[in-house]
Design a protein around this ligand. Structure first.
Ligand code: IMP
Length: 192
């Protein structure tokens, strides 16, 4: 049975499809417009979102919600990342950060999966890093040109290939957990 990734974000779909290959999974993209709740906790956003998406699609599906948390700004923009990206964008974040010597930040991701209405399952991932002082790179999407992962070599996510970003990213980590669980779960479900 097909596994649906409900997202309108092509960048996310590209990254997650790349990871699915390793597990022999074929993903379908669905853009059904489920309503994303506004909440402090990304886990809650993914959980409620996937239940809604499942109610509309009526097929096993998952959704993903991410946020950028800048330490010296008290975790801002966090759950408001999308709004902040669409309003002030990367240039605005760089301006807000000018004068800050501590540029530590992290990306967090929650993935919600659902195949039965009242049984959503949530997986999480995060990556530590810092905000660059300028925009760098043309790959990826969103805040990628200003985020330098701690475990990398100094490049921003936007300067990395999809595979390199997946190996370090918040999404890569949450999805890895999810796919590992899903493959075992699917086998048990079908009684193999
Ligand atoms: P969403 O609500 O999960 O779609 O994401 C919130 C905001 O964070 C959006 O503006 C995204 O562009 C941005 N974002 C999410 N994941 C990433 C990422 O992996 N890299 C850069 N920006 C991201």
């Amino acid at each position: 049975m097909a596994l649906y990734f409900v997202t309108g974000n092509r960048g996310k779909f590209r990254e997650v499809s790349e990871m699915a290959k390793k597990y022999g999974l074929v993903l379908e993209q669905s853009e059904i417009p489920y309503i994303e709740i506004q909440a402090e906790d990304l886990k809650e956003v993914a959980k409620v979102g996937v239940q809604q998406a499942f109610a509309m699609l009526k097929r096993p599906c998952f959704v993903e919600d991410s946020g950028l948390y800048i330490h010296s700004l008290g975790g801002f923009p966090g759950p408001y990342s999308k709004y902040v990206y669409l309003t002030i964008g990367n240039e605005g974040i760089l301006k807000l950060m000018s004068g800050f010597s501590h540029r530590g930040a992290e990306f967090r991701c929650s993935v919600g999966y659902c195949e039965k209405a009242d049984e959503p399952v949530v997986f999480e991932g995060k990556v530590m890093g810092r905000i660059s002082t300028e925009l760098r790179g043309s790959g990826g999407f969103g805040f990628d040109p200003i985020f330098i992962p701690e475990e990398g070599d100094g490049r921003t996510f936007a300067e990395m290939s999809v595979e390199e970003k997946n190996a370090l990213s918040h999404r890569g980590r949450a999805i890895e957990e999810f796919f590992r669980w899903y493959v075992i779960h699917r086998r048990e479900r079908s009684g193999e």
